[in-house]
Write a protein that binds this ligand. Structure first.
Ligand code: UDX
Ligand code: UDX
Length: 441
C-alpha cells in the first residue's frame, strides 16, 4: 500500500521504516528541511537501535522516501498518518496546534478527483481529537472529498522501537467506518499481531489509559521502595515476589528515579487535565505524578545527607538520556538531577554513551562538563551517581572506577550495579529501596 507519515521524529521515522520493511511504499514527510536532507543523504537525525540498517535497506529497495512536500505525499498515498508533536501547555492540557496545522494542510490538498483517503492519528492526543480533525478537514476541504479519520495509537518504546513495532502485543485501530477499518487491517496484516477493533474515542482512550497505567505501576513500586528503605526490606525482592503473579507481572516494576521521557510525564498530565475537564477527576494520577517528583527529590536528599554540603563537591553522573538505548533527553530525570546539583554549586561531570550531544544542548547554561569516557568522568569524584539504566554501567570495571575516584561512594539511582561487587571493590553502595552496603572495616 502507499502510505505517508507526516512528522519524521522518533515515532514517525520508526513507524514509517517498519511499514516499508513489511513491503509498503512509504514517504516520510517533515517540515524540518535539514532533517529530510540528512535522511536523504543516509544520515541519522536520532539514535535508535537497528533503525539505521533498516532505513538503508528500505531506501535502496525503493520502498522508503523522504520529503518536505506534504501535498505531493497526500496525492500519492491512500493513507496519511499524522505523527507530529503534541507537547503539554503550562496547565497540563495538550497543545494540538501542530495536529491542527497538519490537518489543515492535508485538507488544502484534498480534492474529489484524488479519491478516498484515510487520515490516521498516530500522535498521542486527548480523546475527541479525531472528531476535531474531521471538523478541520470538513472546514477547509471541498465538500465532496471522500475521507475517514482513524485513531491508531503508537505503543513503541524508545530504545526498542523497532522490535516493539515489528512484534506488537496488539494493534489498536479506532474507526467509525468499516471501509477504513478494513484498509487499516490490510496495513497491519504482515505484522501478524492481534488487532483491537474499536470506535474512535475508545482507541484514543486506550492510549491514555495504557500509558497512565504503566506510569502508575512505576510510581507504585517507587512508593513501595520508600517504605522498603524505612523497613529494611529489599524492593527488588518485593518486585520479583509480586511480579511472578501473572495478574501483576514483573514488567514496569523497576524502582528507580522515576519515569521521564516525552510520553509518560506528558500523557499523565494530559489525562488528568481531560478527566478534570470532563468532570470525572482522576485523582489517583495526581498522586502518581507526586510520587514521581518525590522519588528524585528523595534521592538528592539522601546524597545531601551523605555529603552534608553539596557545594563544591565533585560529582560524576553516569547517564543523561531519559532511559537506556536512546539519545533522547526530553524530561530526563538525569538532566533534572544534574541541573539541581549545578544549582547547588556541585562540580558535575556527566557521561552518556549516546546522549552527549543532546545532553549538552539540554544543559546549556549549566556549568557541567560532559565527558567522552565513562571512566574519565569519575576521576577525582567524591560521589558517582548512576542516573540512566544503560547496560554498560551495570558491567563497569568497578576496581578501575575506585582507583580514579577521590571517595568510594556510589549512589545507584537505577539499581543496576551489583551491590556486592561494588563493596568488594571498596565502595559504599547506596541504591533505591534497598539497604545501603558498606565495605568491612
Ligand atoms: C511526537 C509526540 O511527542 C508524540 O506525542 C506523538 O505521539 C508523536 O509525535 P516524537 O516522534 O518523539 O513524538 O516527536 P519528535 O521526535 O519531536 O518528532 C516530531 C516531528 O514532527 C519532528 O521531526 C518535527 O520536525 C515534525 N513536525 C512538527 C512536522 O513535520 N510538522 C509540524 O507541523 C510539526
Ligand atoms: C512509553 C511507553 O512504554 C510506550 O508504550 C508509549 O507509547 C511511549 O511511552 P518510552 O517513554 O519510550 O515509552 O519508554 P519506557 O520504556 O516506557 O520508559 C519510560 C520511563 O519510565 C523511562 O524514564 C524509564 O527509565 C522509566 N521506567 C520504565 C522505570 O522507571 N521503571 C520501569 O520499570 C520502566
Amino acid at each position: 500500500m502507499n502510505l505517508a507519515i507526516i512528522g519524521t521524529g522518533y515515532v514517525g521515522l520508526t513507524t514509517g521504516t517498519c511499514f516499508a520493511e513489511v513491503g509498503h511504499n512509504v514517504v516520510c514527510v517533515d517540515n524540518n528541511a535539514k532533517k529530510i536532507d540528512m535522511l536523504s543523504h543516509g544520515e541519522m537525525p536520532i539514535y535508535e537501535p537497528d533503525l539505521e540498517e533498516m532505513i538503508v535497506s528500505n531506501v535502496s529497495a525503493g520502498r522508503l522516501h523522504f520529503s518536505t512536500n506534504l501535498a505531493e505525499a497526500v496525492k500519492c498515498s491512500e493513507i496519511i498518518f499524522i505523527a507530529v508533536p503534541t507537547p503539554p501547555h503550562e496547565d497540563g492540557s495538550v497543545d494540538l496546534s501542530y495536529i491542527e496545522e497538519v490537518s489543515h494542510a492535508i485538507a488544502d490538498t484534498l480534492s474529489p478527483e484524488l479519491g478516498y483517503r484515510i487520515i490516521v492519528d498516530k500522535s498521542t492526543v486527548p480523546v475527541s481529537t479525531g472528531d476535531r480533525v474531521s471538523e478541520v478537514i470538513a472546514r477547509y476541504a471541498p465538500d465532496e472529498v471522500d475521507i475517514d479519520v482513524v485513531s491508531n495509537p503508537e505503543f513503541l518504546r524508545e530504545g526498542s522501537a523497532v522490535s516493539d513495532l515489528m512484534n506488537p502485543d496488539r494493534v489498536v485501530i479506532g474507526a467509525d467506518s468499516q471501509r477504513a477499518m478494513d484498509m487499516m487491517k490490510r496495513v497491519y496484516q504482515p505484522f501478524n499481531a492481534p488487532i483491537v477493533e474499536v470506535d474512535l474515542p475508545s482507541a484514543e482512550m486506550i492510549k491514555h489509559a495504557a500509558n497512565s497505567f504503566l506510569a502508575l505501576k512505576i510510581s507504585y513500586i517507587n512508593a513501595v521502595s520508600a517504605v522498603c528503605e524505612k523497613a529494611g526490606a529489599d524492593v527488588e525482592q518485593v518486585a520479583m515476589g509480586i511480579g511472578m503473579d501473572k495478574r501483576i507481572s514483573r514488567h514496569f516494576l523497576n524502582a528507580g528515579l522515576g519515569y521521564g521521557g516525552s510520553c509518560f510525564p506528558k500523557d499523565v498530565k494530559g489525562f488528568i487535565n481531560i478527566a478534570d475537564k470532563l468532570g470525572a477527576p482522576l485523582n489517583i494520577l495526581k498522586e502518581v505524578e507526586h510520587i514521581n517528583n518525590r522519588q528524585c527529590e528523595r534521592f538528592i536528599e539522601r546524597i545531601r545527607q551523605k555529603l552534608w554540603v553539596l557545594r563544591n563537591k565533585r560529582i560524576a553522573v553516569w547517564g543523561i538520556a531519559f532511559k537506556q538505548n536512546t539519545d533522547d533527553v526530553r524530561e530526563s530525570v538525569a538532566v533534572k538531577i544534574i541541573r539541581r546539583l549545578c544549582d547547588e554549586g556541585s562540580i558535575v561531570t556527566a557521561y552518556d554513551p549516546k546522549a552527549a550531544e543532546s545532553g549538552a544542548l539540554a544543559l546549556q547554561g549549566y556549568p557541567v562538563t560532559i565527558s567522552q569516557d565513562m571512566y574519565e568522568c569519575t576521576r577525582d569524584a567524591e560521589v558517582l551517581i548512576v542516573a540512566t539504566e544503560w547496560r554498560q554501567f551495570a558491567m563497569a570495571n568497578l576496581p578501575k572506577v575506585r582507583e580514579l575516584m577521590r571517595l568510594p561512594i556510589i549512589f545507584d539511582g537505577r539499581n543496576i550495579i551489583h551491590g556486592e561487587n561494588a563493596v568488594s571493590a571498596g565502595f559504599e553502595y547506596h541504591s533505591v529501596g534497598r539497604k545501603s552496603l558498606y565495605p568491612a572495616k
